[in-house]
Design a protein. Structure first.
Length: 152
């Protein structure tokens, strides 16, 4: 089981690097070229898990900021649309470019009706972050990745 989780995490990191190089970097440079106030870029929308077992959509219930504890919620569904209840979910916040992990470990809890909360999401510095969710539910183990860029 641990080998499967580690394999999923490696996949999340590789996928995140590909997503970053294929568009998020251009979006950040475009924003700076317009001389506008830097914006937070977040890819939190409806997402299929890497092995297509689950779907999730994350909502940040607090502002995405550096150095502040945040609370997020997400709805977890199986590929057929049914809600996933009482799955074991591990959340990891890390910077794919440097391998830096968040100084605070996010905590995931089940709220009911296929909805989960993630407490203590905290980004310790500016840059590109990935929040990886590793799900162990009735459909098996799978992972999802959500990307955030917090500009300086």
């Amino acid at each position: 089981m641990m080998a499967g989780l580690l394999g999923s995490l490696v996949f999340v990191l590789v996928l995140g690097a590909l997503l970053y190089s294929s568009g998020l970097a251009n979006a950040r440079s475009m924003d700076r070229s317009r001389e506008a106030t830097p914006s937070v870029y977040a890819s939190l929308g409806h997402r299929r898990s890497h092995n297509h077992r689950y779907f999730a959509e994350v909502t940040a219930t607090t502002a995405l900021k550096v150095g502040e504890r945040q609370r997020w919620t997400f709805r977890l569904n199986r590929h057929n649309g049914s809600r996933v209840s009482d799955a074991t979910v591990i959340a990891l916040a890390l910077m794919p470019e440097t391998g830096t992990r968040a100084t605070v470990q996010p905590r995931v809890s089940y709220a009911g009706g296929g909805v989960y909360t993630i407490d203590d999401v905290m980004f310790s510095r500016h840059g590109w972050w990935t929040l990886a969710l590793i799900v162990d539910g009735k459909a098996g183990i799978d992972s999802l990745a959500f990307n955030i860029i917090l500009p300086e």
